[in-house]
Structures are given as C-alpha cells and as structure tokens.
Design a binder for this molecule. Sequence first.
Ligand code: IDP
Ligand code: MG
Length: 160
Amino acid sequence: FLPHLVASLEDVDQTYIMIKPDGVQRGLVGEIISRFEKKGFKLTGLKLFKCPKDLAEEHYKDLNAKPFFPKLTEYITSGPVVCMAWEGVGVVASARKLIGVTNPLQAEPGTIRGDLAVQTGRNVIHGSDSPENGKREIALWFKEGELCEWTPAQAPWLRE
Ligand code: IDP
Ligand code: MG
C-alpha cells in the first residue's frame, strides 16, 4: 500500500489554458470552452485580454532562442486572447490530450488542434505542460482577485 501514490491520484491541479488570437478571430471561443466544460473540469478564471509584448516574451521565455520566437510573440500579441484557469484531478495532462499535439496536421481528430487548425504557427490554443507550469502561468496571467473559488453544482455527479 503506497498512500503517497493514492494521495497523488486525488491531487487537484490547475492548468492555464489560452485561446490564441486566431481562435478568437475565427469565432472558436465557445466551441473551445465548451470542450473543457463538457469534460467536467472546473473553470476558475476567465478573461478576454490584449497581451502586452513583455508578457508574451515572459510566458514563452523557454523558447526565446528559437528562430520562430519573434513571430510567436507577434502572433500572441496580434489580437485579444482568452485566458482561462481550469482546475481538476489530472487536468494538466488531460487538457494537453484534449488540445492535441503542437502541429495541428499531426494532432488526432477529436482534439482541438486536430479538429480546428492546420498549422503550428496558428494552432489556436495553449495549455500548460506540467502542474508546476500551470501554477506559474496562472500567476503570470491573472491578478489577485481575478480567480474565483466555487463549487459547481455537478461536482457530486462527476466524482464518487
Ligand atoms: P505547445 O503549445 O504544444 O506546448 P511548444 O513547443 O511549447 O508547443 O511551443 C509553443 C508554441 O510556439 C506552439 O504552440 C506554437 O504556437 C509555437 N511554435 C512551436 N514550434 C513552432 C514552429 O516550429 N514554428 C512556428 N511556431 C511554433
Ligand atoms: Mg508548450
């Protein structure tokens, strides 16, 4: 019996999900939010936001040596984004599965990128890649008071 493993199965994680400017411009906001809602995760933060350049650079700082970095920060700042915080057991990895792999042409049908996008440079959505980055990115994109703690009415129907 490994109580730490059992406990970790029940740990509630947070992930930062962002609909990129192409997703907003293409009218995909409702469609995308709906997929996370229907899955059963809990929305704890939501805003439409025009991202300043320095924030885009900070968010993607691990990629700042890549040749596509200038175009990436230009893309992210080219129009409003929808910033979201979602919470749930296993939400980080599950959201990455719902999103699909980085290149939409390789993303499985049924995933957001697989269904709704064709190019890596316009792949409509971001999702944190680890629970640590989920926390870091939520703190980066949301101010105190912008997140909402609440209990969805469906909670007892989602988990035994
Ligand atoms: P991810 O969004 O699937 O986690 P990352 O490798 O973390 O993918 O890259 C972050 C974002 O940078 C991608 O979602 C995409 O918008 C952009 N990106 C990654 N690789 C390329 C590329 O080769 N060309 C253009 N843009 C890229
Ligand atoms: Mg990434």
